[in-house]
Ligand binder design. Structure first.
Ligand code: PLP
Length: 368
């Protein structure tokens, strides 16, 4: 069926077949609005409740702490807009997704903290910003370079200074273990299409003692925190996909690690000059900078060979400028311009890893 190699799983993932099967009845026969009191709504109401329980269990939360949204962008907007309405300063790192940065920019008090060359936030710099009640929003894993932050530590520090902590876990959920009771975040954003669920659905975790007011106003759905008739089928697909990924997390991570090793072994044997950006990366996320190359040209040449990769971040693919993330880690311009992102997923094979590495070598070392 597929005659191309898809290695852009950080941009989006293939919908799980189990998730699709679970969704189908709610797109066809069981189409009732779950808020209606009649018996036809019973199935969709029950399925919604089950999905909430499954998702809560996957992150060790309580079902009442899960608010369904249309995805990562909306979840991020909801919490940051709330902080702005409260008049709290918003503290973010310089490498957040634009769904965080652009919303936080609406605040008259948006403080952006720098990161080190690997994309890590320093505790000391964060601490220095926290002198009044603020919202701190720091992503769990970066979408461009894959760096995983020490969220538990940053959250502890935030709470010790009387502030509220949100993490954008869009790239992390379903790929690394998340236990909200352990990391003690107040809010967490998630998006189903990054873990083999459907697009246009996600959730916001809200610790039950914390306050929030809705971004989207209307009906009383989602505990009065997100109005609008629930996207029942997609919510069910999200729950099934998340559980599938969480149940197979170790197995998937090991498989993806093998693909990464195979990929780098081929590049190293061919003596390709490159830098891998980030540190402690999310499984499969490879940000590769090749000096003297153009990331955009590499993307198009790989595309001609039937291989789908990304330059910098997918959400920025129309933009040929050096991304805000690469600027923030102060990557040398020669390397930054030649940066591509390859993101392996659980569906990729060793053959895919070999094809991707070989194609890349044939482009950057045409004579070999
Ligand atoms: N946050 C991060 C870190 C992301 O990578 C993305 C998508 O690329 C988003 C937020 C936006 O999520 P969604 O596509 O569900 O709106």
């Amino acid at each position: 069926m597929k005659d191309f190699v898809y290695v852009d799983n950080a941009a989006t993932t293939r919908l799980s077949t189990t998730a699709l099967e679970a969704m189908m009845p709610f797109l066809t026969s069981d189409y009732a609005n779950p808020s209606q009191p009649y018996s036809f709504s019973r199935e969709s109401k029950k399925a919604l409740r089950n999905a909430r329980e499954i998702i809560a269990e996957c992150i060790n939360a309580d079902p009442c702490e899960i608010i369904f949204t249309s995805g990562g962008t909306e979840s991020n907007n909801t919490i940051i807009s709330y902080a702005i309405r409260k008049g709290w300063p918003v503290v973010t790192s310089a490498i957040e997704h634009h769904a965080v940065l652009k919303t936080a920019d609406l605040s008259p008090y948006h403080m952006i903290i720098g990161v080190d060359n690997y994309g890590r936030v320093s505790e000391q710099i964060l601490k220095d910003c926290l002198n009044e009640k603020s919202l701190v929003s720091i992503m769990m894993a970066n979408n461009e370079i894959g760096t995983i932050q020490d969220i538990k530590l940053l959250c502890e520090l935030t709470h010790a200074n009387g502030c509220v902590f949100h993490t954008d876990a869009v790239q992390a959920l379903g790929h690394i273990p998340i236990n909200v009771n352990n990391i003690e975040v107040d809010f967490l954003s998630a998006s189903a299409h990054k873990f083999n669920g459907p697009k246009g659905i996600g959730f916001l975790y809200k610790q039950h003692n914390t306050h929030l007011s809705p971004l989207i106003l209307g009906g009383s759905q989602e505990y009065n925190l997100r109005a609008g008739t629930e996207n029942v089928a997609s919510i069910i697909g999200m729950a099934v996909a998340l559980k599938e990924n969480v149940d197979n997390m170790d197995k998937n991570a090991k498989h993806i690690h093998l693909l990464e090793n195979q990929f780098f072994e081929i590049l190293d044997n061919a003596k390709v000059r490159y830098i891998r950006n980030g540190i402690n990366q999310i499984p499969g996320n490879i940000s590769l900078s090749v000096p003297g190359q153009s990331g955009e040209l590499l993307l198009h040449r790989m595309d001609l060979k039937g291989i789908m990769i990304s330059t910098g971040s997918a959400c920025d693919s129309d933009n040929t400028q050096i991304s805000h993330v690469l600027k923030a880690i102060e990557l040398d311009k020669l390397y930054a311009e030649g940066t591509i992102r390859i993101s392996f997923g659980k569906d990729n094979t060793i053959e895919d890893a070999i094809k991707v590495a070989s194609a890349l070598i044939s482009i950057i070392q045409p004579s070999t």
